[in-house]
Design a protein around this ligand. Structure first.
Ligand SMILES: Nc1ncnc2c1ncn2[C@@H]1O[C@H](COP(=O)(O)OP(=O)(O)OP(=O)(O)O)[C@@H](O)[C@H]1O
Ligand SMILES: Nc1ncnc2c1ncn2[C@@H]1O[C@H](COP(=O)(O)OP(=O)(O)OP(=O)(O)O)[C@@H](O)[C@H]1O
Ligand SMILES: [Mg+2]
Ligand SMILES: [Mg+2]
Lengths: 256, 256
């Protein structure tokens, strides 16, 4: 039975897509069958693993709206053990179209239930908003992984996200857990980074992952080659940190 | 008669808020009456100029939904010549609530018309999405300033934004112009930055601003003190680059 993790934070540019791609690829590299789900209309996860967004047979939009079953829309990637439910810009319309649909917030959860037994992990990349797409992911997931840059605006938004998670627990999904808080683009040379990191550790205590993702240009270069960093530059700091994160996620999963 | 510029890009974390705050503050510092409008539910522009988001008398949500006139919601900041229409998290609901409202995409334009004569510039900070909030800003503005990081995912999203601008020109706002493409968080030590910058200049030609905003930690520190960088550290590279941008925007405005 797969564990489903939503990678979410409404603050933009904090490393959601980079984390979803590289965590999923690191899990797949350890022989775990992994499904990556892209529900961001930008489709960055889709291109980041080398899938062209034109002429896709089916996408996460079709699955959410209900014109395709998820099993018909999932496709393999060139990376062993890693499958993807791709996204395209039709998703922009989903936010509006989902308004009139019955059980609009459980569409993804209901679809995932039909294929969960085929995977060990399901990783969902969310858009930078607390919209119906992100809500669908939070309802469908077992836990939420929150990437965060150690900067002021990113810190400001966390409480809104935690409020949203609490609201979902009260209504649709009482067992939604926090997988962890991941510090990304970490540059410990600046006071700002050290100060925000200290604030986050004070507030979230052991929910903050031990693994910290350093700022590393290899992570920003890899997607332009359509590859996770593991396949682009195995020896880079970026690749090592996501392998370490995968190990930590596995250790936490075995504990619970 | 004020010139209204929307600062928009659906890619997250590219420097929209940082640009909106510091361009507005630089214009205000050159004795131009400037109104900053925050329509992002994160409210980063609001806290970035030192306005607390709790207990606001009125916000951009009230103006969009129609329960307050814009003239009742605008407030001064502590910076000479700089006013703000603040945002709070109620805006998250606006995307859904605006669906059933008449003339939902021209709400902001209609409201701005009532106060345009009081300002020289109006700068609108948008959320990281092509949603009804951003559409309202694009319809209300004379032009769009597009901040962009020189990275792969940011490059990928520009064509979606240009498509949206074209659609708005065909329907609601035929004269919507592109104010310019602004390269932000520029670090010319990496190949990736130089390559993406070259691609952007090839594609957008002289629509790319001569001014480039360097990566500068002072820009990231300033909002935690509730100040534009001009007021936080006048001599920093960040402050100088936004003063230069304000001069370039003024020169372009006089030309048209
Ligand atoms: N650790 C890192 N070091 C250097 N660059 C990084 C790192 N993590 C992400 N990046 C780069 O920073 C930018 C933002 O990251 P990313 O797109 O993953 O964030 P996001 O949260 O998914 O953004 P959005 O909110 O738009 O979905 C991208 O260009 C990415 O390549
Ligand atoms: N030139 C710069 N140098 C260093 N840091 C910067 C620079 N510009 C912005 N930042 C920082 O990078 C982060 C992202 O910038 P900002 O929040 O302005 O982007 P945004 O596009 O408004 O994000 P969102 O999509 O969430 O609205 C912030 O923490 C900001 O302080
Ligand atoms: Mg992303
Ligand atoms: Mg912003």
């Amino acid at each position: 039975m797969a564990k489903a993790i939503a990678v979410a934070n409404q603050k933009g540019g904090v490393g959601k897509t980079t984390t979803a791609i590289n965590l999923a690829a690191s899990l797949a590299a350890s022989e775990l069958k992994t499904l990556l789900i892209d529900i961001d209309p930008q489709g960055n996860t889709t291109t980041g693993v080398g899938i062209p967004k034109q002429d896709l047979p089916a996408t996460s939009y079709d699955v959410l709206i209900g014109t395709k079953e998820i099993s018909q829309a999932i496709q393999p990637t060139e990376f062993q053990g890693l499958h993807i439910l791709a996204a395209d810009k039709n998703l922009v319309a989903a936010n509006v179209e989902l308004i009139d649909v019955e059980n609009r917030q459980t569409r993804l959860r209901d679809q995932l239930a039909t294929i969960r037994d085929r995977y060990d992990f399901i990783i969902i990349d969310c858009p930078p908003a607390l919209d119906h797409l992100t809500l669908n992911a939070l309802v469908a997931a077992d836990s939420v992984l929150i990437p965060i840059q150690c900067e002021f605006f990113a810190l400001e938004g966390v409480s809104q996200l935690i409020d949203t998670i609490d609201r979902i627990r009260e209504s649709l999904h009482p067992t939604l857990a926090i997988e962890g808080i991941l510090l990304t683009m970490f540059d410990d040379r600046t006071n700002l980074t050290r100060q925000v990191a200290a604030d986050l550790k004070d507030f979230f205590q052991d929910q903050v992952f031990d693994t910290v993702i350093p700022r590393s240009v290899r992570l920003a270069e890899a997607p332009s080659h359509g590859k996770p960093v593991l396949a682009y530059d195995m020896r880079s700091k970026g690749a090592e940190s996501y392998i370490k994160l995968a190990k930590e996620v596995l250790a936490r999963s075995n504990r619970t």
